[in-house]
Design a protein around this ligand. Structure first.
Ligand SMILES: Nc1ncnc2c1ncn2[C@@H]1O[C@H](COP(=O)(O)OP(=O)(O)OP(=O)(O)O)[C@@H](O)[C@H]1O
Ligand SMILES: [Mg+2]
Length: 244
């Protein structure tokens, strides 16, 4: 875990041996992880290993059947997603869930209205500064935005709710290399504003550029964890579990 100038960093999220099911199907098996304040951590692994399910478990969308999830020392298992969001966890789902008939600006406005307790760290101005392309796109409807633009909007919308911890599902998936590079910079800027990030992504290259540490999942359990440079250099682990 990152240690800042003051020494040890506070842990913001602890996932403690969670088991999550879809019906009878036992998907996550004793998954544990922890994230320090202001860290960026990634969940890595191939298709179907449980990355999305881990994020959904934290967000309360598919709550675990056993285990604990502590956000700022409070156990959040069993709380509904809207309460978890109000506590300060933002979520960018992999399917983006943009409102197709609302314009980009209206999508952001709606998120702003739903933001908790009138906190205003992420103003419209700040979001437009983070994504300069929004200036030209602000009156476009959701359906008229490209996949990459929708991803940016989904990030902007999650930030509008002023999360302390931002969960991002497959941010780099399907994006052209230039857009991915832009996203790496966007994530660095979000981090510099003090937001802690947990992202799930299949791309080891992208995770190396964005994250401090990583957890590797396979068949619903954590197989390996480490700092990103160590994972990157570990040929055996890369071959066994990951996609470059
Ligand atoms: N709604 C669902 N109902 C039943 N099984 C599901 C459901 N969603 C996911 N699964 C199963 O749970 C397992 C984990 O899926 P999950 O979506 O968490 O994987 P993932 O690592 O995010 O994969 P990907 O890289 O493809 O997004 C898979 O075997 C998947 O088939
Ligand atoms: Mg997924």
């Amino acid at each position: 875990m990152n240690t800042g100038a003051a020494g040890s960093v506070q842990t913001i999220l602890i996932v403690d041996r969670i088991d999550t099911f879809y019906g009878q199907s036992h998907v996550l098996q004793e998954v544990s992880l922890s994230i320090g304040e202001r860290e960026t951590v990634c969940l890595l692994g191939r298709n179907g290993v449980g990355k999305t399910t881990t994020l959904r478990s934290i967000m309360g969308l598919t709550p675990p059947r056993s285990g604990h999830i502590f956000f700022k020392r409070k156990d959040i298992v069993g709380k509904p997603p809207f309460q978890i969001a109000q506590l300060g966890i933002g979520y960018m789902p992999d399917d983006r869930r943009i409102f197709p008939d609302l314009t980009l600006f209206e999508n952001l406005e709606l998120a702003h209205r739903l933001s908790s307790k009138g906190k205003t760290h992420w103003t419209f101005e700040k979001i437009f500064h983070l994504f300069p392309v929004f200036v030209d796109l602000k009156n476009r409807k959701g359906t008229q935005l490209s996949g990459g633009e929708q991803k940016m909007l989904a990030i902007g919308r999650a930030l509008m709710k002023n999360p302390e911890l931002l969960l991002m599902d497959e941010p780099s998936e399907g994006l052209a290399p230039l857009i991915v590079q832009n996203l790496v910079e966007v994530i660095a800027r979000i981090r510099s504003e003090g937001v802690t990030i947990l992202l799930a992504d299949q791309s080891l290259k992208f995770c190396r550029k964005t994250s401090d540490r990583g957890y590797i999942l396979e068949k619903g359990s954590v197989q390996h964890e480490g700092v990103m440079d160590d994972i990157w250099q570990n040929e055996e682990i890369v071959k066994k579990y990951l996609v470059l």
